[in-house]
Design a protein around this ligand. Structure first.
Ligand SMILES: *Cc1c(COP(=O)(O)O)cnc(C)c1O
Length: 397
């Protein structure tokens, strides 16, 4: 099938939940993907921060092939080696003590929400059930995580929303402190708001939240679904802020492209008893074997360090563009999660880049988001900048 045939079938049979670009991808290798008409693209979307090791990273492919031929799934009624190994790998390289595996970011946040309520109940605060999240945040699309998401536009049409969530402005410690009340069980936030437009938290803000949560015995939970697993220049983003949260949620890049989610928590928040939380496919052998290969390779090859270095180069090249195009305002982000802020809708630039063989993404309407595989080099950055420059010119930026 060619691009048009696949697009036509999709429009006929799929629910129109996504604004998809008019190409169908059929293969990928490293930082490049190919469509059904044989066109090649430089991929600076990487499955929205999922393909951090690039497409078809050989150790991940090999682990998946081997595991698929041995055991795909057996339920969490039994122990499996890849799951316990991935848990050990994550715990050994973080400040946390225990892991729970699921299949997506939303599911990991659901687990974190339940954990927060259970923590309050087991620590003498039966009256606490509310999760305080930030305005402009993104935490997923299930009813609870959608409600945790502090953006009205995601809520419209789905009420009544579940109770138990409150919001405060990001990077405003006084406002967050004022929003805490006798019902607040936890504060959940992204250290860098991804979908919200690549907005990093200020270090003092996160340190202030840590102090506030300690004082009130509330859990501090970071949603590292997008920023975790090496993207910001360290294995986990919290490591660069001098703040240890009580728990983090992970998903996207954790298994090198396979569906997975995880909640990591410190011993004090290790409060689920048998039967209180579960997931049929969570931590299955295939996903966790891929996760071991992906995280193992990241650590062995210092991929986070590479992301930091090449991210600094990409940031500098984007900042140069800001000086030359009047519609460009600012570059934000860390490592290889960067946003180029425009003074107008940026979707036309995404479409123009696609025509010229570059995949980038636009978030929050006016922010061009760059989330390439972490394995790219200077050549790929230079190619991206050159296509972007032509596209900005063509779009009258
Ligand atoms: C993508 C994302 C989610 C949701 O993950 P899914 O796997 O789509 O459920 C949650 N939080 C953040 C910060 C994300 O970027």
């Amino acid at each position: 099938m060619n691009n048009q045939q696949i697009v036509d079938l999709g429009q006929q049979y799929l629910m129109p939940t996504y604004n998809r670009l008019p190409i169908a991808l059929v293969a990928g290798e490293g930082a490049y993907v190919y469509d059904a008409d044989g066109n090649k693209y430089l991929d600076f979307v990487a499955g929205v921060a999922v393909n951090s090791l690039g497409h078809c990273y050989p150790p991940v492919v090999q682990a998946v092939r081997e595991q698929a031929g041995r055991l795909l799934h057996c339920s969490n009624l039994y122990w499996i080696e890849p799951q316990v190994k991935l848990a050990k790998l994550l715990i050994d390289h973080s400040c946390f003590d225990k892991a729970f595996f699921c299949n997506s970011g939303a599911e990991a946040n659901e687990a974190a929400i339940k954990l927060s309520r259970k923590y309050a109940k087991t620590n003498g605060h039966g009256e606490r059930y509310e999760i305080l999240t930030m305005l402009n945040s993104f935490h997923g699309r299930t009813l609870a995580t959608l409600t945790a998401t502090g953006q009205d536009k995601c809520h419209v049409g789905f009420d009544p929303l579940p109770i138990g969530f409150a919001y405060a402005p990001f990077n405003d410690l006084a406002a967050v402190a004022a929003a805490v009340n006798e019902k607040t069980a936890a504060i959940l936030l992204e250290p860098i708001q991804g979908e919200g437009g690549v907005l990093p938290a200020e270090q003092q803000f996160l340190q202030g939240l840590r102090k506030l949560c300690d004082e009130k015995d509330m859990l501090l939970i970071f949603d590292e679904v997008q920023v975790g697993c090496g993207r910001t220049g360290s294995l986990f983003a919290y490591q660069q802020f001098g703040v240890e949260p009580d728990a983090i949620t992970l998903a996207k890049a954790l298994a090198g492209g396979l569906a997975i989610g995880a909640l990591l928590a410190k011993e004090k928040a290790n409060v689920f008893a048998p039967g209180e939380h579960a997931s049929t496919f969570g931590g299955n052998a295939l996903a966790t074997a891929a996760g071991c290969a992906a995280i193992g390779a990241m650590l062995e090859k210092d991929i986070p360090g590479q992301a930091k270095k090449i991210g600094a180069y990409l940031k500098k090249r984007l900042e140069d563009l800001c000086g030359r195009f009047h519609a460009l305002q600012q570059v934000r982000g860390m490592g290889l999660l960067l946003g180029l802020c425009c003074d107008r809708p940026a979707a036309p630039v995404v479409a123009k880049c696609l025509e010229k063989g570059l995949l980038i993404n636009c978030t929050a309407g006016t922010v061009l988001r760059f989330v390439p595989p972490l394995i790219i080099g200077q050549t790929e950055v230079d190619q991206c900048i050159s296509i972007l420059e032509e596209s900005l010119t063509a779009c009258g930026f």
